[in-house]
Design a protein around this ligand. Structure first.
Ligand code: SF4
Ligand code: SF4
Length: 160
C-alpha cells in the first residue's frame, strides 16, 4: 500500500474531532485557530501533541480503510482502537460535517461486523440546527456493547 498523505484533508485541524492545541480547544463548529481551512498557518511550530502525533485511521500505515475513505472525501474521521470493551478493540467515527454519509456509515458498520470491532459513531442532533460541541454518540455492535455505551453516557463517564 502506498503511503497516504493528508492533503487536501484538514478535518482534524478543523475541529471535527475534539482536540486541545496549545491550550486552545478545537471541536465541531470551532476549528483550531491556526487552521486556514487548507492547512496550518504555523506548521513549523505545530506542537508534537496532538498535531505531529495525531494520525487518523485512514492515514495510518496499514490502514484498514479503503483509499477513498480520506475523511474529507468520505465524510467520516475514524480513530481506531479508541477503547477496548470486553477484549474487543473499538473504533470511533466522527462526522466531517453534521453526520456521516449513509454509504460511508454502512461500510463502517459492515466492517465492524466482519472484523468483530464494535463501532462508536457520532452525529449532530437532526433537530438542532446549531453545531454542538458534543454530538450525539451512538453504538454499533453487540446489544451488550450498545447497552454499556448508553450506561456510560448516563453515568457521565467519558468513553475515550
Ligand atoms: S483527518 Fe486524517 S487525513 Fe485528515 S488531516 Fe487529519 S490525519 Fe490527515
Ligand atoms: S496547530 Fe496547525 S496542525 Fe495543529 S491543529 Fe492547529 S492547524 Fe492543525
Amino acid at each position: 500500500m502506498k503511503n497516504r498523505s493528508c492533503q487536501p484533508c484538514t478535518a482534524c485541524c478543523d475541529g471535527w474531532v475534539q482536540i486541545e492545541v496549545k491550550g486552545c480547544e478545537a471541536y465541531p463548529g470551532h476549528p483550531c485557530p491556526h487552521s486556514t481551512g487548507k492547512g496550518c498557518d504555523d506548521y513549523e511550530n505545530r506542537p508534537v501533541n496532538p498535531c505531529q502525533n495525531f494520525e487518523c485511521a485512514w492515514v495510518k500505515s496499514g490502514s484498514f480503510l479503503p483509499d477513498d475513505f480520506r475523511p474529507n472525501e468520505c465524510g467520516a474521521l475514524v480513530i481506531d482502537n479508541v477503547l477496548v470493551w470486553q477484549g474487543l478493540k473499538v473504533d470511533l467515527a466522527v462526522p466531517v460535517g453534521r453526520e456521516i454519509p449513509q454509504d460511508t456509515l454502512a461500510w463502517l458498520m459492515q466492517n465492524a461486523e466482519r472484523t468483530m470491532r464494535p463501532l462508536i459513531y457520532q452525529m449532530q442532533d437532526p433537530e438542532d440546527e446549531e453545531t454542538q460541541k458534543d454530538p450525539l454518540t451512538l453504538a454499533y455492535g453487540p446489544p451488550a456493547f450498545q447497552q454499556w455505551v448508553v450506561e456510560q453516557q448516563q453515568a457521565g463517564n467519558k468513553l475515550w
